[in-house]
Ligand binder design. Structure first.
Ligand code: ATP
Length: 769
């Protein structure tokens, strides 16, 4: 289940069709094993016999600017370069890596698209490389929709670009492979998760002409300090070395100086000359804020704002459900409004985007899933009806307004209610220490720790999420730490343990006729359900002693012959043992502690990011300047005030009004305690009371639709701050509450429960004073 708050990126990179196709490709081991060398990345050399020469350092003056400008004009129909585009492109064509921090809509894409097209001309001018040997630009981009938009736009311009993503059919995938082999492709897009695919890494190592440029879009995801850290991004630097990318360009719209520095460090980019940053300040954006007691009080203010400020508008809310409620309310008020969130089907989302692009009055009420890749020049307003995740998210979201340079408004409605929601998301990501211990004990079980270095271990992430109550991104984070910080294991191509198919009319007859061991295994281990066959690959190979690859090949042939329509299922994540694994309990416990500390720190950072966001809006300073300062910039000409934000216009701080205290709801608390049977994780009870979903709550306990779930969400939990009131609640909870209680003055009951520490034998220990 997707967490209720939309993920910014709509990842889906376990490309099944491709995996099946790859298994047939001759240079890939179908089992995904033992292909990858374990030598250190830096010592890796391109294996192709026709290795292209490495990137040459060319003096900037000798770069053929007419060629780059001609490409800009001829291929993109633009007159001249903007901002620091020319400087970035010079550096890249000169053979060096670069980091680019331009604001949203600043034209980052051309920084890699122009070089991608210039490489072949440069080679020809220099008399180097033959036809088809000019290599490709590989773009790592986190959002399938974004890849698709860029690819389609390039193809429309007659440029050979393609993407490897899960929406591609096998035919499309094979057509792209053919273009790669023929040296015809200029740009190839992929998602970062693909870098876990051994077959893909091998394929990229052998691309004809090599990887001339690796472009990393949304590069701030690399930084653990960033607001949108994604573990798979950490692997890109290693990947760049392994595929011998000639140079790298990292692009982002939102990087604080610290994040930019992290990016440069990861890719050995000299910050002094290789980092290109332009001011994030957008003078045509008016940053405004209004406060209210609660959302109900703020709604009429929103209606008035929208009436006074017509034009294409995005209203951001946090929860998917709220997009629908709010759009309905706006329609009732006579506005043309629609809702958008990641849970909608692809066709509806595409239609909505098209409508919005064409419209001059549509209001889209959306989660953060909307906006990335929407290049509409005349968005007049961006409204935040809930607190965004961070200043970085805020900056990115408001950056969608006024790309045409005309005055546009960015309104922020603030009230105390939102804090609860943000805290819920921040705290919901941290698993209990028991959960982390559980997963590490499974990874380092006796059977696994006895395996020799280089062997493969298989884990079912899906099952682990449920068993240890760890959210998907957090589990990925734990594995990434084991892989990158401790270098114990390394992710390789996942495998599928089950397959399903729809059979054609002749399938049964074909299978019956096939007396080969593989044919027999397929027949014996497939079951027919209502409309689909299910095939258990693991039990088939265990019982028959056959090779997985041979069985897969046969299924693929049947698929290609139209006998059946094959779909892989039951993914197993595979990790290679990279060194001796920790065996003893103290060794594992040390890791548990270290990983828990890091995750706890990330939780704290997430809370601090909300504080930073609120400080900007409620502070006594120019909003635009404070925002620019966060990114290491200032206003134009060193000005102290922009003159058109709420602070500059009123010189009165916007106050965040906190809701009045509500008496503790004992019956609701009792219902929560009754609903949550397990007594092994205090966080679990708090999560149900607050309405924080987790794999265990949703799947094992099936409580996410229970009345108790979130029954105290809008409750006065956060202001129930006196030790005696908390003591009263815990005591009232009866047999559950025992152990020592320490409640810091001013601490809330919600926090006390979250911080309870059951592993020491207490169910609700809140540590003594
Ligand atoms: N030199 C230029 N001249 C004219 N238009 C340009 C130039 N460079 C970029 N653009 C246009 O500006 C718009 C934004 O460009 P692009 O999508 O590359 O921005 P971006 O920095 O990647 O933005 P985002 O952060 O939103 O992804 C596009 O319509 C692009 O065609």
């Amino acid at each position: 289940m997707k967490r209720e708050e939309d993920d910014e990126f709509d990842f889906d990179s376990s490309d099944e069709a491709e995996l099946v196709a790859l298994s047939q490709s001759q240079d890939v081991n179908p089992q995904g094993t033992n292909v990858l060398s374990t030598s250190t990345p830096r010592s890796m050399k391109r294996k192709s016999s026709s290795s292209p020469p490495p990137a040459k350092r060319i003096a900037i003056e000798s770069i053929d600017w007419p060629s780059a400008t001609k490409t800009l004009q001829k291929s993109f129909g633009m007159k001249e370069f903007r901002l620091k585009q020319k400087a970035v492109i010079s550096r890249i064509l000169g053979g060096e890596s670069a980091a680019v921090v331009f604001p949203t809509g600043g034209g980052k894409s051309l920084c890699f698209q122009i070089p991608a097209l210039c490489f072949s001309e440069d080679d020809e001018r220099a008399g180097e490389r033959g036809q088809g040997e000019h290599g490709i630009t590989l773009v790592v981009s986190p959002l399938i929709a974004l890849m698709k938009d860029q690819c389609d736009a390039l193809v429309r311009r007659g440029i050979r670009a393609a993407a490897f993503d899960s929406t591609k059919t096998r035919e499309e995938y094979l057509a792209t492979c053919d273009m790669l082999k023929a040296g015809e492709l200029k740009l190839l897009y992929c998602a970062p998760e693909r870098l876990n695919n051994e077959g893909f890494i091998e394929q990229m190592k052998h691309v004809r002409g090599g990887i001339r440029l690796l472009a990393v879009d949304e590069a701030h995801c690399i930084s653990e300090w960033g607001h949108a850290f994604r573990p798979d991004y950490l692997k890109i630097a290693r990947f760049a070395q392994e595929i011998c990318a000639e140079r790298v360009v990292c692009l982002t719209a939102t990087a604080t100086p610290r994040v930019a520095s992290d990016i440069c460090k990861a890719f050995d980019i000299d910050e002094n000359v290789g980092l290109f940053r332009t001011s994030t300040y957008r003078p045509n954006l008016q940053l405004l804020a209004e406060s209210g007691k609660d959302k109900k009080e703020l709604l009429p203010k929103l209606f008035k704002f929208l009436k006074d400020n017509p034009g294409p508008t995005i209203v951001y809310v946090t929860l998917q459900k709220h997009t629908e409620d709010m759009a309905l309310e706006l329609k009732r008020q006579g506005f043309r409004a629609r809702s958008f969130h990641a849970g909608m089907d692809a066709a509806t989302k595409a239609n909505l985007q098209d409508d919005f692009m064409r419209s001059d009055d549509l209001i889209i009420v959306a989660t953060i899933a909307f906006g990335m890749g929407i290049d509409k020049a005349d968005i007049r307003n961006v409204v935040h009806f809930n607190i965004p995740q961070s200043l970085e998210s805020y900056s990115q979201e408001i950056g969608r307004a006024g790309r045409d340079g005309k005055v546009s408004k960015c309104m922020f409605y603030v009230c105390g209610e939102d804090l609860h929601l943000r805290e819920m998301f921040a705290r919901g990501d941290l698993p209990s220490k028991e959960g982390i211990r559980g997963v590490l004990q499974e990874i380092f079980s006796v059977g696994n720790t006895n395996q020799p270095i280089g062997s493969d271990l298989q884990f079912n992430h899906y099952a682990q999420e449920r068993e240890y109550d760890i959210r998907t991104t957090t589990l990925k984070n734990i594995y990434a730490q084991l892989e990158l910080t401790y270098e114990l294991i390394r992710a390789t191509t996942p495998i599928y343990t089950k397959y399903t198919w729809k059979g054609g009319p002749g399938l049964q007859a074909t299978l019956n006729k096939d007396k080969s061991p593989v044919g027999v295994a397929i027949r014996n281990h497939s079951k027919f359900g209502k409309s689909l066959y299910t095939f258990d690959m693991d039990s088939a190979i265990a019982a028959s002693g056959l090779q997985r690859g041979d069985v897969l090949k046969k299924l693929q042939n049947l698929h290609d012959d139209g006998e059946l329509e094959l779909k892989p299922a039951g993914v197993m994540n595979v990790y290679k043992v990279m060194q001796k694994l920790p065996k003893t309990a103290p060794e594992v416990e040390k890791l548990v502690g270290a990983i828990y500390d890091i995750l706890q720190k990330r939780e704290q950072e997430a809370m601090e990011r909300t504080d930073e966001m609120l400080k900007l809006i409620t502070g006594e300073a120019c909003f635009s300047r404070s925002l620019a300062q966060h990114f290491g910039d200032g206003l134009l000409d060193g000005k102290k005030e922009c003159g058109h934000c709420t602070w500059c216009m009123t010189h009165k701080a916007v106050e965040q009004e906190m809701p009045p205290p509500v008496p503790f709801n004992f019956p609701a608390w009792k219902a929560v305690l009754a609903a949550v049977e397990p007594r092994d994780d205090a966080r679990l009870i708090a999560k149900v009371a607050f309405g924080m979903s987790s794999p265990r709550i949703s799947y094992e306990l099936k409580l996410s639709r229970h009345d108790a779930f979130g029954s105290m969400a809008d409750h006065d939990f956060m202001v129930c701050k006196t030790p005696s009131s908390i003591w009263a609640i815990l005591t009232w909870s009866g047999p559950l509450a025992h152990g020592r209680i320490r409640v810091l003055q001013g601490q809330s009951i919600g926090r006390c429960i979250l911080e309870a520490y059951p592993s020491k034998g207490y169910y609700l220990e809140v540590i003594s004073t």
